[in-house]
Write a protein that binds this ligand. Sequence first.
Ligand SMILES: Cc1cc2nc3c(=O)[nH]c(=O)nc-3n(C[C@H](O)[C@H](O)[C@H](O)COP(=O)(O)OP(=O)(O)OC[C@H]3O[C@@H](n4cnc5c(N)ncnc54)[C@H](O)[C@@H]3O)c2cc1C
Length: 367
Amino acid sequence: MRIAILGGGGHGVSVAYHLAKKGVKDISIIEMKRINYGSSGRNAGRYRYHFHSKENVDFAKHAIPYLLELCKKLPLNPVCYRTGYLWILKNDETFNFIRRMDTLWESFGVGGKFLDCSEMDYLKSQDQCYLAPQDGSFHHDYLTFGLYEEIKEKVKIINGEAREILTSGGKVVGVRVNEVTFPADQVVVTLGAWAGDFLGKNGFKVPIEPEKKEIFITEDLKFRVKPLVISDQIYFSHTLKGEIIGGIEDSSPRMFTNFDVSLERTLIFLKELRKLVKGAEGIRILRGWSGYYEMTPDHSHIMGYSQMWPEGLYIDAGYSGHGMMFAPFSGKIMADLIADGYKNKFLDVFNPDRFERNKLVDERMVI
Ligand SMILES: Cc1cc2nc3c(=O)[nH]c(=O)nc-3n(C[C@H](O)[C@H](O)[C@H](O)COP(=O)(O)OP(=O)(O)OC[C@H]3O[C@@H](n4cnc5c(N)ncnc54)[C@H](O)[C@@H]3O)c2cc1C
């Protein structure tokens, strides 16, 4: 079995890791830039159980413990750390929304607690807050490179742009990489925000669109902001060193653009942060960067294969801004499917054909 994995982000590397662990021999990752160039090297490194849809909460209930176990085993330490998420409930609408969500979360055993924000000695807010203590943080680079470290002698890395999926008799037979034909029996598309565009050009309609997001890190302050704090304008948290990492809650047009960071957004982030965190009044920005959320119409990922596709074509992409935390577990599901033909229950829920069948997941919590 010759397997070509397109895209060397967290998901591509995780699929390769899990296939290699099963003893699959001929695995190649085709990456146009370098391992972790895309969103997997540009995210906030947070994990959570708290989603709007029961499908994503259920997925997280399987995926997060899997991530936390893997953290203990990898040769590089991704520093998985339980910090919690804290929502600032600015008005009745958000309060009532979170109250409804708490009932769902409680039913999955991950309920949180309502409290006065003033109980958080680092916050200036007098609003109501909601603390979900089960969530946390990890370092995304060490996760991907920890997986990569385990397989780098076993997997070929092909540096080039995948341009065309080659088929014959209803089956995948390879990929065109730049101008070269690369034979393969199975092709796994783990192209993140680029997956929809690539598959579309190959005649397979998959609704994944790039949405640019900027993210910032400040100079360090004494560590106090343990949870990821989410207000209506910004989200932020301390890194262990004491820098504050976060971004603003806005949306950009869905398109490929450059990875610049705008002065305007930097200033909004700084202004809001200084308003909310005690002792952060004069704090400065150390650096900022940007990446893509890989958005689908129901803000949930797409995994498995379509009945309409040639045999041997698979996808694992479209995580809509919450895919880093899921990379280990999704890689396992995909490897079980490709190597053993084992169909995890989530392959039905997050199947690519759900858009045609109008069986969408009701996910609204994109952070
Ligand atoms: C600012 C920001 C904050 C985020 N915060 C979090 C968070 O806190 N927690 C969380 O879980 N998730 C978070 N995410 C989302 C997370 O980063 C992504 O969901 C995840 O990294 C997607 O991984 P991937 O492997 O699918 O895609 P990517 O990491 O984007 O990998 C795709 C790869 O494909 C390559 N590629 C593209 N086209 C081609 C081609 N034609 N041929 C070959 N290679 C190609 C790219 O170079 C890239 O390396 C955040 C994202 C951003 C941008």
